[in-house]
Design a protein around this ligand. Structure first.
Ligand code: SF4
Length: 360
């Protein structure tokens, strides 16, 4: 398949690995931010191609994994109310809240449905104006434009039975908080290419400058990742700390201006709890006052729940790259994709699920 197969070419991968072996003279620790990158790394067996001393740790780039238990509890509470349907992407259905997941709530009579886009949720609301439809809006900057567009369309067309439970998170503020707290031990960053395709990478330039951190905007195929690692290692070996764009076929420095505009028309940055990591200043989105009537938490006056992660789950350490999933005592025992204790074992971008499916 064009634009795919060429980035999965074994000969290219081995050539990049040889260049990497020649470039790496010291041990370095790199973090790939996105869970999609983690899955490619493990599925493709890239660790076996890396020179000794080059270590990859997995970052917090799984929006399902960092959605707070409180928001999941709120979604569960809403779907159990008569006349309310909660919609979201498939992964969100199985993520455990403090008492149950949306799927378990559905088994008790709740109305929770999978949709493929926020516009599908809006269509559901338009079909039955007497029924409240809530879209549980989870995702990074990549999915925020579609959510913003759904709210904008609802406002334009006067749909009043559609609302959002907003769980969108922003990557750069969270990375800034993690590196400012000195919690990582990471020396270079592979930034998420899909996020940067929307936002551009100006925010990452500040991160590179302030923390003396080489940053490489990197794609998702094996050759992308090997080239991203190579560029980062070359920066480290030469003492540079700047942003380079490996994913130039999809990412421009300024990102996608139209997508950025619709997001900033509808949303503004706000502090946000990241599951396992605590409150990240400016680490999420909330609806602007002009669109406050579409905020499900205002509309339904939800209770807000006291919430705790299961004692056995170390998702916070996994998301910070401090613990490899197989080192979690519950991995593959109490916790598996069939019976997940934490979101990283559920999500298609979760690091624990990646290790479970692909091993090391
Ligand atoms: S293996 Fe399961 S219990 Fe352990 S950190 Fe991952 S999700 Fe949590």
């Amino acid at each position: 398949m064009k634009h795919l197969d060429e980035y999965r070419d074994p000969a290219l991968a081995h050539a990049l690995a040889a260049e990497l072996r020649a470039a790496a003279r010291h041990p370095w620790t790199l973090m790939e931010v996105c869970g999609g990158q983690t899955h490619t790394i493990l599925k493709s067996g890239l660790p076996a191609l890396l020179p000794p001393g080059i270590e990859l740790v997995h970052g917090p780039g799984c929006p399902v994994c960092v959605t707070s238990i409180g928001l999941i509890d709120t979604a569960v509470e809403l779907c159990l109310r008569p006349g309310v349907t909660v919609t979201s992407f498939g992964d969100m259905m199985r993520v455990p809240g403090s008492r149950q997941s949306l799927l378990e709530a559905r088994a008790e009579g709740g109305d929770a449905r999978v949709v493929y886009s926020p516009l599908d949720a809006l269509k559901l609301a338009q079909k039955d104006p007497n029924h409240e439809v809530v879209f549980f809006a989870v995702g990074f900057e990549t999915t925020a434009p579609a959510t913003a567009m759904a709210v904008w369309q609802a406002a334009q067309t006067g749909v009043s039975n559609f609302s959002l439970l907003v769980a969108h998170v922003l990557v750069p503020p969270a990375l800034r908080a993690i590196f400012a707290a000195g919690r990582s031990g990471v020396q270079a960053l592979l930034a998420p290419g899909h996020v940067c395709a929307v936002t551009g990478f100006e925010d990452y330039e500040a991160l590179a400058r302030d923390h003396r951190l080489p940053v490489v905007v990197t794609g998702f195929e094996p050759a992308d990742l090997l080239e991203g690692i190579l560029l980062a290692v070359r920066q480290l070996e030469s003492g540079r700390a700047e942003v380079e764009n490996q994913y130039a076929r999809a990412v421009r420095r300024e990102g996608n201006p139209q997508a950025r505009q619709v997001v900033s028309d509808v949303f503004e940055a706000a502090d946000r709890e990241w599951r396992g990591l605590g409150v990240m200043p400016g680490g999420g989105l909330r609806l602007r006052p002009d669109f406050a009537s579409f905020d499900a938490q205002n509309r339904f006056k939800t209770a807000g729940n006291a919430h705790k992660s299961p004692v056995l789950c170390h998702a916070g350490d996994v998301l910070l790259g401090r613990l490899r999933p197989p080192a979690c005592p519950a991995f593959g025992r109490e916790c598996s994709p069939a019976h997940p204790l934490g979101a990283p074992m559920v999500s298609s971008e979760g690091a624990c699920a990646a290790y479970f499916h692909y091993g090391q």
